[in-house]
Ligand binder design. Structure first.
Ligand code: 8X3
Length: 243
């Protein structure tokens, strides 16, 4: 295919779906991976892309996903998330394990699987969605911090290991972005709404535009890391709220 291909994990909603729209608008054929096929297929038909079932926590699912992708110029490792806000003292070991799977091993598996195609493209790019939680520890961050710090380590190691290869490596670390993130973390919509009460969070589109910016730089330009928060946020727990 002469058209460049962008592969997006977690593409059924939030940052993944918005990024798929932006990358399609930038001229990419988008390959969308996620578990929710109904949403994925609707988005793929809107964008003229390809929808493939993907559960990033399942090794075989990732293998089947990768096997169905002959060409990859851009990989957006977006799938991930948090499962609680528990203290270390109260922390749930199974949540820690799941967050490691969802955020770290998922990124490892998909990246390993698509690296041959990214190298073969002659101008590959891997963008991984981290978080401010990848460098700022905060109370209640526990298992999510541990996982996202590990994502940051993986990305940083990878960039060094790929030096001399035609593959660029970028990490985007957002603060508060209103997506399904807080609903998943806290378990219900009302609790999620309270996270953004009285402040203006980023939206998925804000991050998607940064993804597209990174993907449209000339190929000698590597953007290592973007840290981005709403104007109303100065750090994980320092948030300006009206009233
Ligand atoms: C989401 C940002 O501050 O909840 O990754 O960790 S935060």
């Amino acid at each position: 295919m002469s058209q460049k291909v962008a592969v997006i994990t977690g593409a059924s909603s939030g940052i993944g779906a918005a990024s798929a729209r932006e990358l399609a608008a930038a001229g990419y054929h988008v390959v969308l991976g996620a578990r929710r096929m109904d949403r994925l297929e609707a988005l793929a038909s809107e964008l003229g892309g390809t929808a493939l079932h993907l559960d990033v926590t399942d090794k075989e699912s990732v293998a089947a996903f990768v096997a169905a992708i002959p060409q990859c110029d851009v990989l957006l490792n977006n799938a991930g998330g948090a499962l609680d806000l528990l203290s270390v003292e109260e922390g749930d070991e199974s949540n820690w394990l799941r967050m490691y799977e969802m955020n770290v091993l998922s990124t490892l598996r998909v990246t390993q699987g698509l690296l041959p195609a990214l190298k073969a493209s002659g101008d590959g790019l891997i963008i991984t969605i981290g978080s401010i939680a990848s460098f700022e520890a905060y109370e209640g961050g526990g298992g999510y911090n541990a996982a996202k710090f590990a994502v940051g380590a993986l990305v940083s190691v990878l960039r060094k290991e790929l030096l001399g290869q035609p593959v660029r490596v970028t990490q985007i670390d957002p603060g508060m972005v209103e997506t399904e993130f807080s609903v998943v973390r806290l378990g219900d919509q009302a609790a999620a709404d309270a996270v953004y009460d009285g402040m203006t969070p980023l939206v998925a589109q804000d991050i998607a535009e940064m993804v597209a910016f990174v993907a449209t730089r000339p190929s000698h330009v590597n953007i290592d890391r973007i840290v981005t928060m709403p104007r109303d946020q100065a750090s994980a727990k320092r948030v300006h709220r009206a009233g």
